[in-house]
Write a protein that binds this ligand. Structure first.
Ligand code: BGC
Length: 727
């Protein structure tokens, strides 16, 4: 009976899976193709496309770098922009900002908006979402990735995937897998327990493949268990395809292919962007018998499935209008306004009151645009509202704004030259004096600082969490002349707040928040929108408190005989074979808040944390196992005057477990809007499968029977309700 049921389910999935609608047609096409035509599909044609078959009327596949805006048009074989005007796109809030909304529905809108803009540009597949677990606070791509938790990351990736693919655009989940650091990413080998790999690092991908039916996956640069991801039979063939039933394409990261036979047999479908390994060398390998023709045919089938599931945009229809359009800009605003996290609000300094007549806005990030920078993912944005512009619009006619830059980023040394630090330091003194003067004259100060896109960047990790450019000193100096100080952190990753937190009355995290970021920030600061974002990662007190640093397993050193090179992002052929480094994930499953709560390490601000202007309270918890789900319900009261949104969170502990467990783990969450002065019933349905753990002896998932304690509340440490249930 159970077997029958399973069969029926998979038949239904086949009937409805858009990737499987043309199987017999595809068989016919493959039969009619020459080996050269087949292999021609299996590598980059241009920097961002792979070939179709012109003779058969099969269009190329056009890829577009996301994940947070459609990247500009580039020359066919270089990274040089074409300098067009129509390719100006909407800059959407970056990954950690999207994750701070804790909303699969918002992620759906985000994916949809990205899809609409991608299609305007003639693209078939967005290279995103980027969704590796934020393992270390200093990770160069933390801002681009989603969260430190697999369920949160997975739900957001499902939303993004469905939103894009329901709108005729494929996604490409990246980077599969365990690309959790940028240092040495081109050759580092990840040693991780099977359990941590499954429960923490692979789960978000599994969710997006199984529940989102993602059409594409990008193999990561690094190695896992001694094998390059792009030729990793375990990850690509056994887990992704056989176990999860993935039917789409696996493409390499740019320059991340390392062999012909290994990659072909190991599961890679498309080498990007060139044809070093999967061009003539692949043809030769088939002819010599090293790669069977069935392997090639299977890859061509995967490509044709994706090609047929997505309607090609005719070349003469692409790039006719400007990519960024009002409807998508509105979505960028929605995401941004729900992502902003209020960490501290002493004396209810926020929202900005009516009595405030003069505001000093201080800080380089008040006017800095964040759409581009660092090395990789960047958006040629049509526009970007800065925090200062947002505040000027929102406060027009209500308060006077005085702006002082306060500090400026430290100049970087150019090759063969030292940076002129003396001049920079002299200028810093003047800027500081101007800022203090502005603060003294104002009723309130809004300091807008944090990182920028040079500090948080692809290709390298930060060496520490310090707030750069002496901002702490400046913030403290400002606070002494005007204690009515709000600090806004524009950053995509954790920063050290030990000095900032006590110096400032109100503290806000506002991310790299997209084209509409300045409007969203102003609306939160002025109270038009009650803040509802929640931290998607733990903000540690000290870097050494976070697991990989506490255990001394990050940063690692490249082994003797090799140098820690920066991957050359222009000529991506310089991964030298002799370079070696191991990343030991010794913390196992205790990643992020799982470490902090289990080891009783107090963070600066915990995972899931974020205040509201409205007083929310939780009551009346219930939990029951019903129809294969764990149903958790409770009441959520907004005792304030205005409607506001709150993200309610459910964590589950297994006190009698036979295996190591974190103190508790996030299993469900819901963004709820509650009218002022009302109480709402909330039910969060958690599929039983989410209570699973990986059994390392059986190499399989288990759901343990016994007691579960359900914790309900507003962050990973503020959990006022508990209820027990038998599993
Ligand atoms: C990044 C990918 C990106 C690709 C193409 C790589 O360096 O890791 O995320 O999609 O470049 O730009």
């Amino acid at each position: 009976m159970a077997g029958l049921l399973l069969m029926n389910c998979s038949m239904n999935a086949q009937q409805t899976n858009p990737l499987l609608q043309h199987e017999s047609e595809i068989t016919g096409i493959i039969k009619s193709m020459t080996l050269e035509e087949k292999v021609n599909m299996l590598h980059g044609k241009n920097m961002f496309s792979s070939a179709g078959v012109e003779r058969l009327g099969i269009a190329d596949i056009e890829y577009a770098d996301g994940p947070f805006g459609i990247r500009e048009e580039m020359e066919p074989h270089s990274w040089k922009g074409l300098g067009w005007e129509t390719d100006r796109a909407t800059f959407f809030p970056t990954g950690s900002a999207l994750a701070a909304t804790w909303s699969r529905d918002i992620a759906y809108q985000y994916g949809k908006a990205m899809a609409i803009e991608a299609r305007l540009r003639g693209k078939d597949m967005i290279l995103g979402p980027a969704m590796n677990i934020q393992r270390i606070p200093t990770g160069g791509r933390t801002y681009e990735y989603l969260s430190e938790d697999p369920i949160l990351s997975g739900q957001l990736a499902i939303g993004y995937t469905l939103g894009a693919q329901d709108n005729d655009e494929a996604v490409c989940l990246k980077h599969f897998a365990l690309n959790n650091q940028e240092n040495m990413r081109g050759f580092v080998n990840v040693n991780v327990t099977e359990r941590a790999m499954r429960e923490i690092y692979l789960t978000p991908f599994e969710m997006a493949v199984k529940q989102g039916n993602a059409y594409g996956v990008m193999a990561a640069y690094n190695k896992v268990w001694g094998r390059w991801c792009s030729e990793n039979d375990l990850l690509q063939n056994r887990i992704l395809r056989i176990e999860w039933g993935f039917r789409g394409i696996i493409i390499s990261d740019w320059g991340g292919t390392h062999s012909t036979v290994g990659a072909a047999i190991g599961g890679l479908d498309v080498e990007m962007p060139g044809n070093t390994y999967m061009g003539q060398a692949l043809i030769d390998s088939v002819r010599s018998g090293a790669v069977p023709m069935e392997v090639i045919d299977a890859k061509v089938r995967n490509l044709l499935r994706v090609r047929m599931a997505i309607t090609p945009v005719p070349k003469d229809k692409a790039n006719k209008e400007v990519t960024s359009q009002p409807a998508q800009q509105q979505i960028a605003y929605q995401v941004a306004s729900k992502s902003i996290v209020l960490l501290k609000n002493a004396d209810n300094l926020l929202p900005i009151g009516k009595k405030v007549k003069t505001i000093a806005v201080i800080g380089d990030n008040a006017t800095r645009k964040m759409a581009q920078g660092g090395v990789g993912a960047g958006v040629k944005a049509l526009y970007e509202i800065t925090p200062l512009e947002g505040l000027q619009t929102a406060l027009k006619g209500k308060a006077k704004i005085i702006y002082a830059q306060g500090y400026e980023p430290q100049p970087r040394a150019r090759r063969g030259q030292n940076a002129n630090l003396d001049e920079w330091k002299k200028k810093a003194e003047t800027m500081k004096a101007e800022a203090i003067e502005a603060a003294r004259k104002a009723d309130m100060v809004i300091f807008v600082g944090g990182d920028n896109r040079e500090v948080e960047t692809e290709g390298s990790d930060r060496t520490n969490m310090n707030l750069p450019f002496n901002q702490e000193e400046l913030i403290e100096a400002i606070a002494t002349v005007n204690p009515r100080l709000v600090t806004v952190m524009v950053a995509g990753a954790p920063v050290d707040l030990r000095r900032v937190n006590p110096a400032t009355k109100a503290l806000v995290y506002s991310w790299f928040n997209g084209s509409e970021g300045g409007h969203a920030l102003a609306d939160v600061l002025t109270g038009k929108v009650s803040p509802s974002g929640k931290l998607p990662f733990t903000l540690p007190v000290r870097l050494e408190d976070s697991p990989a640093y506490a255990l001394g397993v990050f940063p690692q050193k490249a082994q003797a005989g090799s140098s820690d090179v920066f991957v050359d992002l222009v000529n991506r052929d310089n991964f030298r074979a002799e370079q070696k480094a191991d990343a030991d994930y010794s913390e196992g499953i205790l990643v992020g808040y799982r470490w902090f709560t289990t080891k009783n390490v107090k963070p600066m601000y915990p995972f899931g944390y974020g205040l509201s202007y409205m007083p929310f309270s939780y009551s009346d918890p219930k939990a029951e196992v019903k129809g294969g789900n764990l149903e958790v319900s409770f009441k959520l009261t907004n005792a304030g005057k205005k409607e506001a949104e709150e993200v309610a969170q459910v964590y589950v502990a297994r006190p009698d477990s036979k295996v190591e467990r974190p103190k508790y783990e996030l299993k469900g969450f819901e963004r709820v809007s509650v009218k002022g002065g009302t109480t709402q019933d909330v039910t969060i349905t958690i599929p039983m499968e989410q209570l699973r753990h990986w059994n390392e002896f059986q190499h399989a998932w288990n759901i343990e029977k016994g007691k579960a304690i359900i914790y309900i509340g507003t962050s990973s440490v503020d959990l006022p309700l508990t209820v027990e249930v038998e599993i």
